[in-house]
Design a protein around this ligand. Structure first.
Ligand SMILES: NC(=O)c1ccc[n+]([C@@H]2O[C@H](COP(=O)([O-])OP(=O)(O)OC[C@H]3O[C@@H](n4cnc5c(N)ncnc54)[C@H](O)[C@@H]3O)[C@@H](O)[C@H]2O)c1
Length: 300
């Protein structure tokens, strides 16, 4: 028996990289999968069918609102319902801010942010309709963020912004769509895919271990079990952000107030703020912890 028996999932950007791994695992765990990508979606569907799974391909860009509708329609018309949306499709167009072009900025915003909007809005409309018809059952959204969107990164003015946006959208979705049975969570993954291999300084750090029998911490397939778990009908998590790679899964604290000064009877003056916030007992930054890329075999 699969952990995702009876679930129907749309996975965007599933023609390669992490998305393909998600689609293969979802199908192996019994889900029926709508595989979306601008490339290679049919090949992944064939791979799933050859392994005895069920999947259908919808090619096209998620940045096109009509494709968002088509993905949801494909799930409902082919498999009777839709339970899970994995917003995974992505591109990177890195550049230092001074050199970043409007095209680089717009493309990244379109694929990640508008892409998640197009698919999730179509799904949310279906889920609202189902709920109003008395069928409120567990639904799940998984947004794909990045350490770049949680901690920032130079050269990624566009990408960090969309990844931060995708993160907070899950918090919004968990609040706004909870009444329809929808949970929404976020992953910040690390996996050795094409864009990561091409990133200077990171490609080498995530290389496969020399010993082919050793655990390959950065193989992209290790990200998929968490995505599948977050998609199971009994999963209790919603509005949460997780780091994931290899054998590591972490739960982020998110933005939270760590220190404050308060008055109850007057507005702070600039001089008073300079006094209290400049004092030694007011921290000048807040310690954060993050997912670290450590060498294969090293301790997390
Ligand atoms: N691999 C990592 O370590 C890592 C880290 C942080 C975040 N991510 C995120 O994970 C997701 C998957 O990335 P990946 O590393 O597997 O990269 P990838 O390039 O291997 O996969 C991305 C897939 O999205 C598809 N795609 C691009 N534009 C699309 C569009 N408009 N419509 C539909 N599909 C489209 C691509 O064709 C590709 O198959 C991305 O959102 C990425 O930002 C990856």
């Amino acid at each position: 028996m699969g952990q995702l028996d009876g679930r129907v999932a749309v996975i965007t950007g599933a023609g390669g990289g992490l998305g393909r791994e998600h689609a293969l695992l979802f199908a192996a765990e019994g889900a029926k999968v709508v595989v979306n990508d601008v490339n290679n979606a049919k090949e992944v569907v064939e791979e799933i069918a050859a392994a005895g799974g069920k999947a259908v391909a919808v090619e096209g860009s998620v940045a096109d609102m009509a494709v968002g509708e088509q993905l949801v329609a494909a799930a409902v018309e082919t498999y009777g319902d839709l339970h899970v949306v994995v917003n995974n499709a992505g591109v990177i167009r890195d550049s230092m801010l001074c050199n970043m072009t409007e095209e680089q900025f717009d493309l990244v915003v379109a694929v990640h942010l508008k892409g998640a909007f197009s698919v999730t809005r179509a799904a949310a409309r279906h889920w609202r309709q189902e709920s109003k018809a008395g069928r409120t059952i567990d639904r799940a959204i998984i947004q794909t963020s990045s350490g770049s969107g949680l901690h920032g990164n130079i050269g990624q003015w566009n990408y960090s912004a969309v990844k931060a946006g995708l993160t907070i959208q899950a918090v919004n979705a968990s609040r706004e769509l909870g009444r329809y049975g929808v949970r929404a969570n976020v992953i910040a993954p690390v996996g050795r895919t094409g864009p990561v291999i091409a990133t200077p300084g990171i490609g080498a750090a995530v290389a496969a271990p020399e010993d082919e029998n050793a655990f390959d911490r950065y193989h992209p397939k290790h990200v998929s079990p968490l995505v599948a778990y977050l998609s199971t009908a009994d999963c209790p998590f919603t509005g949460q952000v997780f780091s994931v790679h290899g054998g590591h899964v972490g739960l982020y604290a998110g933005y939270s107030l760590r220190h404050a000064v308060n008055t109850t009877d007057h507005q702070w003056s600039v001089a008073e703020l300079a006094d209290v916030m400049g004092a030694d007992d007011f921290p000048k930054s807040v310690e954060i912890t993050r997912q670290r890329i450590v060498p294969q075999g090293g301790t997390q």
